[in-house]
Design a protein around this ligand. Structure first.
Ligand SMILES: Nc1ncnc2c1ncn2[C@@H]1O[C@H](COP(=O)(O)OP(=O)(O)OP(=O)(O)O)[C@@H](O)[C@H]1O
Ligand SMILES: [Mg+2]
Length: 381
């Protein structure tokens, strides 16, 4: 079947075959069916447009990826198609600009990545289609690269955390030493009779030093080369041991804690780190909720993963904030240091676990997915 073979012949719109131009012979119909099968078997969304801006060919993946009603494709109207695609893009102007460029330079090939409003990233490869050395149209191939983008972002965040960790390890101790000396002298002076009238000032200075020391302690836990002490432990036991502390925190602000702990196998864990991870996320959840809200701590098995989920009923996290939550020192709170979650991401990475966040106006869930391990069973023979 040749490209120009039946361009003038009446339109052929069999729903199983998406070749919109041709009324083919029996033999070429068979070839077309093979070709359409091959197109539909590819993982990329493909659409071919001719020089008159008509849609010639498309595959199922293209319809699925762009959630487009097939009637617009059968109508061959590229303008309608473009309008539907632009509506889904986060930055339609960027797409239009790239289209204009290709219109001006029809021989050009292009690779572009576009972000959709639903958060997906689609890569588009656009290549001119030639016949007899003439350009007769353009092949557009679309690939969903959302997962790749997400893991690139996670890697970049981890690298940034490692860098911060190295800095922390380097300067943390040096800053602490003079602070200890100052605190010691203040402690000595506060007890002197002649200083009694300044007691409040001394007390405040000591409290502020302790606060600064607390921040350094948290900061130091980001250190990359920190020694991790792992033992076989069940996350449920760690959660149960923290319940009195968490409940005391919740009761003060009139909030409630709910546990849904399913039987899960043990993992090699650094208990102190996992306690810190749970407390940081729980504290964020409690802070995000109004009085009366419920915070649920859940564990369960899912395929090859052990999942810890911390679910709050807060107002959710807006996309601009969500993008930054893992960055050290990012906070939206007056009294926050912005280290809580970055520490959690580091702890999760130490345990080969992945942190996922789902958020809406009804609340936020932090999922920490630990890979399940095979614990060797010791036989007593
Ligand atoms: N469950 C949540 N609901 C809504 N926003 C959240 C939630 N968890 C985190 N955030 C947002 O992420 C930001 C960073 O959180 P993170 O725990 O790292 O720092 P912080 O809570 O601000 O300060 P701290 O260092 O005291 O924990 C918060 O300031 C908040 O805007
Ligand atoms: Mg926090």
């Amino acid at each position: 079947m040749e490209y120009g073979e039946s361009i003038h012949v009446e339109e052929y719109t069999d729903i199983h075959s998406k070749w919109l131009y041709y009324k083919p012979s029996v033999k070429s119909k068979e070839s077309l069916a093979f070709l359409q099968g091959a197109l539909n078997a590819t993982a990329d969304g493909i659409v071919v447009i001719d020089c008159k801006e008509n849609i010639c060919i498309y595959n199922c993946k293209f319809i699925e990826m762009w959630e487009i009603d097939e009637k617009f494709l059968i109508a061959r109207d590229q303008c309608q198609l473009l309008t539907l695609m632009l509506k889904q893009l986060k930055n339609p102007e960027e797409y239009i600009a790239r289209e204009k460029e290709l219109y001006i330079y029809p021989t050009k090939e292009s690779y572009d990545v576009f972000e959709l409003k639903d958060g997906r990233f689609i890569e588009r490869y656009s290549k001119p289609q030639r016949f007899d050395n003439n350009i007769v149209g353009r092949v557009l191939s679309f690939r969903d690269i959302t997962k790749q983008k997400q893991s690139e972002k996670k890697m970049a965040n981890l690298e940034r955390l490692n860098l911060v960790g190295e800095m922390a390890a380097g300067i943390g101790h040096e800053v602490r030493n003079p602070m200890t000396t100052i605190r010691g002298f203040l402690q000595m002076l506060i007890n002197k009779k002649e200083c009694i009238k300044y007691w409040d000032y001394y007390k405040l200075m000591i409290e502020e030093l302790d606060r600064a020391n607390g921040i350094i302690t948290e900061f130091l836990s980001l250190a990359k080369d920190k020694i991790i002490c792992r033992h076989l432990k069940n996350i449920n036991d760690i959660i149960n041991s923290l319940v009195p502390l968490i409940e005391a925190d919740a009761i003060i602000s009139n909030k409630y804690i709910k546990l849904e702990l399913a039987p899960i196998p043990e993992l090699y864990l650094d208990e102190a780190e996992i306690r810190q991870l749970i407390l940081n996320i729980v504290r964020n959840g409690l802070e995000a909720m109004l009085p009366g809200g419920y915070l649920t701590i859940k564990t369960y098995l899912e395929k090859d993963e052990i999942v810890l989920a911390i679910i709050d009923q807060g107002a959710g996290i807006v996309p601009e904030v969500l993008d930054k939550i893992s960055a050290p020192f990012f906070t939206t709170k007056d009294q926050g240091t912005g280290l809580g979650l970055s520490i959690c991401y580091t702890i999760a990475a130490h345990h080969n676990a992945v942190v996922d966040v789902e958020t809406s106006g009804q609340g936020t869930t932090f999922f920490i997915r630990f890979p399940r391990i095979e614990v060797p069973v010791l036989c007593a023979n």
